[in-house]
Design a protein around this ligand. Structure first.
Ligand SMILES: Nc1ncnc2c1ncn2[C@@H]1O[C@H](COP(=O)(O)OP(=O)(O)O)[C@@H](O)[C@H]1O
Ligand SMILES: [Mg+2]
Length: 327
């Protein structure tokens, strides 16, 4: 089910807005990410989906020039994030996992300060602050001390500072984590608005969120990209698959081949046993292939010892997608 990662070679497409090539990063003896490569096209909204510790934050820190990778290369709008970090910072807005907000400042005061740091022209700055306050619906909180804001509103201030300098690329690290459900809805709406104009990379460990906001999803697990697809196709495959487990007395390779020939079978895995083997057959949602399977086993002259069918839930499949071991 996991789609193979595509090789991005020379192509006729325009150069990607973000090019990530073979990123590896070590904090300690084990790599936090390894061999991560992908492209993001201009205007695309890309989701980075993975459980805790998968390597999302590490990748985003490297993407934004916050930290150099141990190995590999990233370019944004053609600029190398390590060698041309100034050019990159002009073009990238970053909402880190924990936003370094100055809690004693007012919202407007903070945005003024960040805007001047980001090199927004002094003449332009008040206008731009007005725009981002409007966009992030912070109008009622201009004069509020940041320390008094709820987590959800602070997150919006974080997004406001990320877009102040009108970057072409927006990198949002788990933008809805830890905020209340109403704020989650608001923040997602804001990201949707931003995604209409901008190139966005956002990370999340929530599948429906990524499906809702992104045109393409990369699934990262233990530092590796394990799947890449459109959310529609992911949702389709995640709707559910039928899983049939059977014990067969017969040789693994021919039994596997016979099972794979059955119309509707999407995957077959085998676990060898002593004098019987266990096979797991997957089929598309809603297909009951037990008749066809028993016929194939009997036609092959093998012994069918048991057969059980179950429907895999979305969670099962997501877990499977992010688990390296074969069933
Ligand atoms: N500053 C750090 N020092 C040491 N190890 C780290 C550091 N940051 C992250 N890691 C480790 O790198 C791996 C990837 O972490 P991270 O990129 O934060 O994943 P995610 O954002 O997907 O939760 C984890 O195993 C994590 O423990
Ligand atoms: Mg993280």
């Amino acid at each position: 089910m996991a789609t193979e990662y595509r090789e991005y070679g020379a192509s006729t497409n325009p150069p990607a807005m973000i090019q990530v090539r073979d990123l590896t990063h070590y904090y300690g003896p084990r790599p936090a990410i390894e061999g991560v490569s992908f492209d993001v096209q201009k205007g695309e909204v890309l989701g980075f989906l993975g459980p805790n510790g998968a390597g999302k934050t590490t990748t985003m820190r490297i993407l934004t020039g916050f930290m150099p990778p141990t190995q590999g290369k990233v370019t944004i709008a053609g600029f190398d994030v390590v060698e041309q970090s100034l050019e990159v910072r002009k073009r990238v807005g970053y909402l880190p996992e924990t936003v370094p907000l100055y809690t004693e400042m007012t919202v407007t005061g903070y945005l003024k300060y960040m805007g001047s740091l980001r090199g927004v022209a002094p003449k332009r700055l008040p206008v731009r602050i007005g725009e981002v306050i409007e966009l992030c619906r912070l109008g009622d909180y201009r004069k509020t001390i940041i320390g008094k804001l709820s987590k959800g509103f602070r997150q919006r201030v974080g997004i406001a500072q990320a877009i102040l300098h009108e970057p072409e690329v927006l990198v949002l690290d788990e933008p809805t984590i830890g905020i209340d459900p109403i704020q989650v809805v608001e923040t997602r709406r804001l990201i949707q608005d931003l995604g209409r104009e901008q190139t966005v990379v956002l990370s999340s460990h929530i599948l429906p969120e990524v499906s809702m906001l992104c045109q393409r999803v990369l699934i990262i697990h233990q530092g590796h990209i394990v799947a890449e697809d459109t959310p529609q196709r992911l949702a389709q495959s995640l709707q559910g698959v039928e899983r049939i487990e059977l014990e067969v007395r017969g040789p693994i390779a021919p039994v596997t081949a016979a099972l794979r020939r059955i119309n509707g079978v999407t995957e077959v895995t085998a676990t060898p046993g002593r004098n019987r083997h266990t096979f797991v057959v997957q089929a598309r949602h809603g297909q009951d292939l037990r008749d066809e399977i028993s016929k194939a086993i009997i036609d092959g002259g093998w012994g069918l010892l048991s057969m059980q069918m179950s429907t895999m839930s979305l969670e099962d499949i997501f877990l499977r997608l992010t688990t390296k071991e074969e069933l």
